[in-house]
Design a protein around this ligand. Structure first.
Ligand SMILES: CC(C)(COP(=O)(O)OP(=O)(O)OC[C@H]1O[C@@H](n2cnc3c(N)ncnc32)[C@H](O)[C@@H]1OP(=O)(O)O)[C@@H](O)C(=O)NCCC(=O)NCCS
Length: 161
């Protein structure tokens, strides 16, 4: 597909948030929590996901890359956070519009993220996914990522007296 990577701009913010919420339905820890316990404290999983994402978009905008098609429509994005002290960069968010999947966009975004991290002095890159995220479980090892650990997430309602 003919598409261009470009740096994130402030004007992409709403589109990136909407894309994230559409893409992470079904592959979100916060949504798993909500399925078990309902909406907690008046905050749904979309609010929680948006808050986590905005930490990256607003806190490290230069670490966000977007990919758009010839019509300048955004088809995906990635956040690739550098850590100059640690030397290990982290890909924290990655999403591709549903109608544009399985065409290599995800791969291109990860390649761009790695180039960005390498260019900013990172020697390694971390990425994580949920066991239920079959696409990523399949994709990341193909790109050279090695599994290093599995983490189990728990939640419990705190009993009230
Ligand atoms: C993960 C994601 C970014 C992949 O984007 P993409 O543009 O479809 O990825 P690519 O076309 O570059 O790579 C496709 C590869 O991913 C894997 N893959 C993608 N969708 C898959 C699926 N439904 N089932 C199994 N493997 C899948 C395969 O390895 C596939 O390779 P193949 O086409 O040669 O079989 C996209 O599915 C997405 O946005 N998912 C929702 C958000 C998300 O999970 N983000 C990452 C959180 S860790």
């Amino acid at each position: 597909m003919n598409a261009l990577n470009r740096p994130y701009e402030r004007g992409d913010r709403e589109t990136v948030v909407a894309l994230t919420l559409a893409c992470f339905r079904g592959v979100s820890i916060d949504q798993n929590i909500e399925q078990l316990h309902g909406v907690i404290h008046g905050r749904d999983w979309e609010w929680r996901k948006t808050r986590a994402l905005l930490n990256e978009l607003d806190g490290s905008p230069s670490d966000v890359l977007v990919l758009e098609d010839q019509d300048h429509t955004l088809v995906g994005f990635v956040t690739a956070i550098t850590d100059a002290e640690a030397g290990i960069g982290r890909i924290l968010h990655l999403a591709v519009r549903k109608d544009m999947r399985r065409r290599g966009v995800g791969r291109r975004l990860i390649a761009a993220a790695i180039e960005h991290l390498s260019g900013n002095g990172m020697s390694h890159v971390r990425i994580e996914t949920l066991e239920q995220n079959t696409a990523c479980i399949d994709l990341y090892p193909k790109l050279g990522f090695e599994e290093i650990a599995r983490q189990v997430h728990y939640i419990m309602k705190i009993p009230t007296e």
